[in-house]
Design a protein around this ligand. Structure first.
Ligand SMILES: [Zn+2]
Length: 161
């Protein structure tokens, strides 16, 4: 797996959440200004993801790793990033990050999930993760089918964009 770290511009919050879910360290804030995005990419060796063509050109001119996102569909966006950077688009339970705050998630036991969530959810699922920073708890609920479908579509598109 290619270890690529990202910083995403203010228009790519959804893409940032997806990359975190897939385990990629991705910085994002709706208040990052262009100069700050460039500085973070430069100082931390992160690949800049942007929808802004002029920012893309500025990053290029500085020799930074940058991907211009021209798609709107999330599967297409993910496929585009994978095609340009070589990242794998698959879910790995040991490297998944909190979609909200980018922190590596820790697996917790069902008993722990039970005490934190209450019965109805915790008894239905087997695997749970907790974010040590923001405290959110995650499990592979009903939305997981949709996530897998989007990943399948994205993987299918990698060589076709
Ligand atoms: Zn978190």
């Amino acid at each position: 797996m290619a270890i690529v770290k990202f910083v995403a511009d203010t228009m790519l919050g959804n893409l940032a959440r997806w990359l975190r879910l897939l385990g990629y360290d991705t910085l994002y804030s709706s208040s990052f200004e262009d100069w700050r995005l460039l500085r973070i990419a430069e100082e931390e060796g992160r690949t800049l993801l942007t929808r802004d063509e002029s920012l893309f050109r500025r990053a290029r001119a500085r020799g930074l790793s940058v991907v211009l996102i021209t798609y709107d569909d999330i599967a297409e966006m993910l496929a585009c990033v994978a095609a340009k950077t070589g990242i794998e688009l698959s879910f790995n339970p040991s490297r998944t990050r909190c979609p909200e705050c980018n922190t590596l998630l820790m697996k917790i036991s069902r008993a722990e999930a039970l005490s934190l969530l209450g019965n109805n959810v915790a008894t239905k699922y087997d695997e749970f993760w907790r974010c040590g920073k923001c405290g959110k708890i995650y499990w592979q609920g009903n939305h997981w089918k949709t996530i897998n479908l989007i990943l399948e579509k994205a993987n299918d598109l990698i060589n076709k964009l």
